[in-house]
Design a protein around this ligand. Structure first.
Ligand code: M6R
Length: 615
């Protein structure tokens, strides 16, 4: 949630920060701001605005005309996803301290901000905004006795909640102090600059070598030089991570939207996710990140999956894999429920946290709770070096490449492919035969091709999108492996097209929701030619009997299905366990084109953010 960029070096901070903010805009985009400290100036120069980074840039053209401001070599910037206070100019970051000597940008939530505010008001601090973050700026000022690092640490000692912050101070024109607790901070160190950001995508056009702060770390950054300590000022050392994404991967590459690009990247992303991991001959997979030998794999007697949103639906597919391939009881829980439900964790329970970003607050909290209870914890993340990946300590990376569009696409299909590989590895330490393992591995090898075949159907999917782009409500139904697909199809459509869409198990409609069906409420039925198809066809008939148009995601060449639906979206034939991949890709294309036809901001839908780092 929210994006932070800080720069100190020899370059022009304002331009560098704004270009970094553009890359982080997917994290939050309701208001933005920047503070720089021009050499020799007597105050920090701040510009803030509601809206997006483009709006900020326009404002900077008028407000930052002075060459000294444009040439400033230190500054911080922020793109916001509001938690406290509506997204307006006053509530936008950076926030200034009362005397205007400190500017801060903050991600996260200061939970005790009301108490802190009251105490500060008694000391004559006057607040301008409704935000929790402004309180922190005043608190730092209150703690300041000439040492910026010490003041930030002292203020943070009083804070309850989460933060990723960057602070600059008028008295220290050569330094940024940053800190993290529950909200990521990455550092890029170059020869002539140091960049601090909430996400590596704002850093990698400067350097691929990145250091991630851990919770409780405080960073003192100068041009090309960093010093990390604990809040108590004890030096700590953090590993350097080499990020292998390049700039072209995080740019749109000719597509109008990141989401469209990312949908089309799936054949390649899937190839990367499985590359070098399948051992077809032995009918298994080798996932070295799990750091488990056969003995340890065989010990796992229960899998507990925790995730949110799209990752949750991938986890639902994974649950079937663990049960079908490995005979291991598997459960999936909303990560937000995990720590409050007091889950039963026994010695050989494996807790699997699935998260594209690796920063989702609820999933991270679930990881911590599972570790506390002694579970074997594995992370399934896309972002290398992300908090969940690091805290889980072991797991599997997706290698799907950066996912920028708020709607998760390639992460889902890669998560599904990796979950299948994990389940097959577990299965082979149990009763999954070498022949059955080989069949699964061989099918998985063909997954990139399968994805490409769906993409080749895009024109036909656009025709369906055109027919239904004007509806207000829609349903998605499916059973078995298609049940999670129904849930994911509805999520994709609603989040980017703003059509009210609900996913249901196909058999559940008649227990209530069927009352809502009428002729302008389409039902999208996930109904490839797999076991259970005839039952789903029965449910499709129930919908048509209520005059609802039915659109089926069906297997190519399946002649049985056409008479039972109004429109068809064809997916390639594949084994049942792989069907979620083509069906969900078709759903992604459908949602994308409906949203495009409705003229909506697809990569940045209203009220959303890519990475949800608050509870
Ligand atoms: O980064 P994560 O996979 O942990 O994110 C989980 C959800 O926030 C995410 O999948 C969200 O539901 C997406 N907007 C779905 O497209």
């Amino acid at each position: 949630m929210c994006g932070i960029v800080g720069y100190v070096g020899s370059g022009k901070a304002a331009g560098i920060i704004v270009s970094g903010l553009h890359r982080l805009e997917y994290r939050g985009y309701d208001s933005a701001g920047i503070a720089v400290y021009p050499q020799g100036a007597d105050h920090l120069q701040v510009v803030k605005t509601p809206g997006k980074i483009d709006d900020l840039e326009k404002l900077m053209l008028t407000e930052f005309q002075d060459p000294a401001v444009l040439n400033a070599t230190i500054g911080i910037g922020h793109t916001r996803w509001a938690t406290h206070g509506e997204p307006n100019q006053v509530n936008a970051h950076p926030h200034m301290s009362g005397q205007g000597n400190f500017a801060i940008v903050h991600n996260g939530i200061i939970e005790n901000y009301r108490d802190l505010k009251l105490k500060l008001e008694k000391k004559d601090h006057h607040f301008r905004s409704e935000t929790d973050s402004e309180v922190l700026a005043h608190l730092i000022e209150e703690c300041y006795e000439g040492d910026l690092r010490a003041a930030v640490a002292a203020a943070l000692e009083q804070v309850e909640g989460t933060y990723g912050i960057a602070v600059i101070c008028k008295e220290h024109p050569d330094m940024i102090v940053a800190a993290r607790k529950g909200s990521p901070i990455a550092i890029g160190v170059c020869d002539d600059a140091t960049i601090v950001a909430s996400d590596v995508s704002a850093i990698i056009n400067h350097t691929n070598k990145v250091i991630f702060l851990d919770d409780g770390d405080v960073l003192l950054a100068r041009k090309g030089d960093i010093d990390i300590t604990s809040l108590k000022n004890v030096p700590v050392s953090r590993e350097l991570t080499n990020i292998d994404w390049d700039l072209t991967q995080i740019e749109k590459g000719g597509y109008e939207h990141f989401m469209h690009k990312e949908i089309h990247e799936q054949p390649e992303a899937l190839a990367n996710a499985i590359r070098g991991r399948l051992v077809v001959e032995d009918g298994t997979s080798k996932l070295s990140g799990m750091q488990m030998d056969a003995y340890e794999l065989a010990r796992i007697d229960r899998v507990l999956i925790a995730a949110c949103g799209t990752s949750f639906y991938a986890g639902m597919v994974g649950k079937y894999y663990f049960e079908d391939f490995a005979d291991i009881p598997a459960e999936i829980q909303q990560a937000a429920e995990f720590r409050y439900r007091n889950p039963i964790i026994q010695r050989d329970t494996c807790m699997l946290a699935i998260s594209q970003s690796g920063e989702t607050a609820d999933t991270l909290a679930a990881v911590r709770e599972a570790k506390r209870k002694g579970a074997i914890v594995l992370g399934l993340c896309n972002v290398v070096g992300s908090t969940i990946a690091r805290e889980a300590g072991r797991g599997v990376y997706l290698h799907a490449g950066p996912e920028i569009g708020v709607a998760s696409t390639k992460a889902f299909t890669c998560q599904v492919a990796v979950l299948a590989m994990m389940a097959v590895a577990l299965g082979r330490t149990r009763r999954l035969s070498i022949q059955a393992g080989r069949q699964i591995a061989e099918s998985l090898q063909k997954v990139p091709e399968l994805a490409q075949k769906v993409l080749d159907q895009e024109k036909a999917i656009i025709t369906v999108a055109e027919k239904y782009a004007g509806v207000q409500d829609a349903f998605f139904i499916g059973r078995g492996y298609m049940y999670p697909c129904a849930m994911e199809g509805a999520l994709k459509l609603k989040e980017i097209s703003y059509i009210h869409a609900e996913g249901y198990h196909a058999a559940e409609l008649k227990h209530g929701p069927i009352a809502l069906l009428e002729e302008n409420v389409p039902v999208f039925a996930c109904c490839p030619d797999v076991p259970g198809k005839s039952k789903t066809i029965g449910n499709m008939q129930e919908c048509r009997a209520r005059k609802a148009p039915v659109i089926a995601f069906a297997t190519e060449g399946d002649e049985e299905i056409a008479p039972h639906c109004d429109d068809l979206i064809v997916i390639p034939r594949c084994p049942e366990f792989l069907a979620p991949i083509p069906v969900v890709i078709a759903e992604q294309l459908l949602a994308y084109h409906v949203a495009r036809l409705r003229g909506l901001p697809i990569d940045q839908p209203r009220n959303l953010a890519k990475s949800v780092t608050v509870e």
